[in-house]
Design a binder for this molecule. Structure first.
Ligand SMILES: O=C(O)CCC(=O)C(=O)O
Ligand SMILES: [Fe+2]
Length: 339
């Protein structure tokens, strides 16, 4: 395991202990996960079961797509498929940090691969639309994204089971919530972030909206997590083969701030392009969020002085409403942006 020089950087945890028959190792992992979730809600997982070759393939698939001419990418323009975001999204479409500039990233959204006549699509379920694929890249591209999607969603479910144990709940506690989960895979391309204006961002400072995020990054770097006590930014250094996992606001709210989401951003100040593959794991959109058992007492996060304001809301809310409000705000900011 890599020795980290930066003590504030997210811990690196070996997820194979979750599946091992060794109960001591498993308990030690659950304990380390719990601490990370209470502290910054950020950790890196190694030995998580997604093969190096699938990781290489999905990174390459992403690079192949973004290398296409703009007119080809625009054939996959997903702007019409809102609120189920699918397909290509141009540079500068989103703004997560109020007061920054529209973000210097382009992306491609992929959801569960359902046929157009699937009952969930016909019913108009939240985040259910047919995927849009770049025909020019053929069937193999589609197969790679679908396989990565399936494997990372399955891993997300096991991470949720480990988080349940960390909260003192049965391993299967989230299983109902995870039936027909609403998940979105986002391929992200960051050209070098322009210099010369301190408002430029690859992704502006934000906390994630949903339940958990599983992120595969290439070796370029640029992801930073904030110490919300001091305001200082710490690099989340790429570790070959590792997945960065972080908790979103949904998990923070549901756990009444026992588990926390944390502010992060991307500044690609390298001279090269950066690729990341992000899975937003959100659970069933119709699920109603109350407060998790054992978390009834609100946990004060008074040490958090930086980052977006943190509302403490306890009225039950549906997953899809909770997510939608946050997505809309991040896109509306670009509409309201004045140069
Ligand atoms: O690309 C990354 O490393 C992070 C992206 C991110 O934070 C997000 O999309 O929410
Ligand atoms: Fe994020």
């Amino acid at each position: 395991m890599a020795v980290k020089e930066d003590q504030a950087a997210p811990p690196v945890l070996d997820f194979s202990s979750f599946w091992s028959g060794d109960s001591e190792k498993r308990a030690a992992l659950i304990n380390a996960l719990r601490k990370a979730c209470e502290d910054k809600g950020f950790f890196q997982l190694v030995n998580h079961g997604i093969s190096d070759s699938l990781q290489r393939s999905i990174i390459q698939a992403s690079k192949d797509f973004f290398a296409l001419p703009l007119e080809e990418k625009l054939k996959c323009d997903g702007a019409k498929s809102k609120p189920s975001r699918r397909g290509y999204e141009v540079l500068g479409a989103q703004m997560l940090e109020p007061g920054s500039k529209p973000e210097h990233k382009e992306s491609f959204y992929v959801g569960e691969d359902l046929p157009a006549d699937h009952p969930r699509i016909l019913r108009g379920d939240y985040n259910c639309s047919p995927n849009i694929y770049p025909e020019v890249l053929g069937e193999q591209w589609k197969a790679v994204t679908a396989q990565y999607y399936r494997e990372v969603v399955a891993l997300g479910m096991d991470v949720m089971r480990s988080l349940a144990l960390g909260l003192g709940l049965p391993e299967s506690w989230f299983d109902d919530f995870m039936t027909e989960p609403s998940c979105t895979l986002r391929l992200l391309h960051y050209p070098p972030t322009p210099r010369g204006c301190d408002k430029e961002r690859g992704v502006g400072a934000h906390r994630d909206f949903g339940c958990i995020t599983l992120l595969l990054q290439d070796s370029v770097g640029g992801l930073q997590v904030q110490d919300e006590t001091t305001g200082r930014w710490h690099d989340v250094t790429p570790i070959p083969g590792a997945l960065v996992v972080n908790l979103g606001n949904l998990m923070m709210r549901w756990s009444n701030h026992h588990y926390t989401s944390n502010t992060h951003r991307v500044l690609n100040f390298a001279e090269q392009d950066r690729t990341s593959i992000v899975l937003f794991f959100n659970g069933n959109p119709e699920h109603i969020l109350g407060v998790l058992p054992g978390c009834e007492q609100h946990r004060q996060n008074q040490h958090k002085k930086y980052g977006p304001p943190m509302e403490v809301v306890v009225e039950p809310v549906k997953v899809r409403e909770f997510l939608n409000q946050q997505y809309l705000a991040s896109y509306n900011r670009v509409q309201e942006y004045k140069v």
